[in-house]
Ligand binder design. Structure first.
Ligand code: ATP
Length: 362
């Protein structure tokens, strides 16, 4: 990786006995969109606030492009306004008594940029954010999506070294959310601004970020590209937090290039490193519901990697059908295409893709 734009080392913040952020290490490459993802209370906002300079650092360091922003060891911290970091809050906080153009020019005015230069730079960023046509309009008249664009334009106009975003899409409806997701990615590519955002929404993190850190109880459980986290979760928490899993219990035997998991009448061969697993262990074979190939069970005995299941119930979701299945001793929720429908009591065959399945000790 190129020299990091932002580096966190052993970053810690305690509130009384609670370590809200408990010694986290993270590196953001220049130009990257990075997400901190986790449930409420896991320490995402506190991390973001420490980077912004709004929260004290108890231990560890924050450096940006080689400059130390905060050092818990010495207690030194650069003032927020000196950091050249922009922040977009969930509430957007656009100034309703100003026009869109004035909103966007304001941060430059605060920094003492001359009028002509202010006009030029504001016009440029208004164009990039698609606000050129509404520059003269009162900011109070804007829709939620437009207000968020103003907030983004206002944050980007002074070319920050880092843009922090707090739950950037959560106040928008589903259609606008998709649009803004593409918009933020486009701005990131065009302007090259490094972005760090926090969210509790896995879809938001996976769709928007180049890299995601999954946080739990103040610690980072795993950092990776979205597909890496989704397909090869390192911990049960990451596996369960990022979407649904089909989990079937079986008994393990090690093989030359992976493991074999037995489920009554059938077994699955999975290519995984069987570290920490021993022959005879009870394990869970896990995969994402959409990675299972579902079809009516043939009369023949099940082939390897083929599980047999009985439909317990079905729910129509519009774009797909959701089934609760009984598999061996457990149940699993899977989705199937809407053109092939099954009913309660139907027997199904589910083929597991051994490249995409994971095995966990119970
Ligand atoms: N000023 C504070 N005083 C005391 N405890 C705090 C303070 N700020 C945060 N905490 C605690 O630190 C922990 C982490 O909080 P934080 O807001 O960083 O979590 P979060 O992941 O951003 O959650 P949310 O998504 O709900 O904002 C929580 O247990 C919270 O109660």
């Amino acid at each position: 990786m190129a020299a990091p734009q932002l580096a966190l080392r052993g970053l810690t913040r305690r509130f009384g006995d609670v370590a809200a952020v408990d010694g986290i290490d993270l590196d953001l490459a220049p130009g990257q969109i990075f997400a901190l993802l986790g449930p409420s209370g896991c320490g995402k906002s506190t991390t973001l606030r420490m980077v912004a300079g709004l929260e004290r650092v108890d231990a560890g360091t924050i450096t940006m492009a080689g400059r130390t922003l905060a050092d818990g060891g010495t207690g030194k911290a650069m003032r927020p306004e000196k950091r050249n970091i922009a922040m977009v809050f969930q509430s957007y906080a656009v100034w309703p008594h100003m026009t869109v153009g004035q909103n966007v020019e304001f941060p430059l005015k605060m920094r003492g940029v001359g009028k002509a230069e202010r006009r030029r730079r504001a016009a440029e960023i208004l164009e990039v954010t698609g606000l050129g046509a509404v520059a003269g309009r009162s900011a109070a008249m804007l829709s939620g999506g437009q207000q968020q664009r103003v907030a983004l334009a206002r944050a980007l106009v002074y070319t920050p070294d880092l843009l922090l975003l707090d739950e950037p899409l959560s106040n928008l409806d589903a259609k606008l959310r998709t649009q803004m997701r593409h918009e933020i990615r486009r701005l990131n590519r065009e302007l090259g601004t490094t972005m760090l955002f926090v969210t509790h929404d896995q879809d938001e993190a996976l769709s928007l970020a180049d890299r995601v850190a999954v946080m739990n109880h103040g610690r980072v459980e795993q950092v990776g590209a979205p597909d890496e986290l989704y397909e090869r979760p390192a911990t049960p928490f990451v596996r369960d937090f990022l979407g649904r899993v089909v989990m079937v219990e079986g008994t393990l035997t090690r093989t030359a290039d992976g493991v074999r998991v037995f489920f009554g009448e059938t077994h699955a061969d999975v290519a995984v490193a069987a570290t920490g697993l021993a022959d005879g262990d009870r394990v869970a074979l896990c995969c994402r519901p959409e990675d299972l190939d579902i079809r009516p069970a043939p009369d023949a005995r099940p082939a390897p990697n083929e599980l047999r299941a009985t439909v317990e119930s079905a729910a129509y979701l519009g774009d797909s059908i959701e089934y609760v299945l009984r598999i061996a001793d457990g149940t699993a929720v899977v989705t199937g295409g809407r053109h092939q429908r099954y009913e309660a009591g139907d027997r199904l065959a589910l083929t597991v893709d051994p490249q995409r399945a994971t095995v966990w000790s119970l």
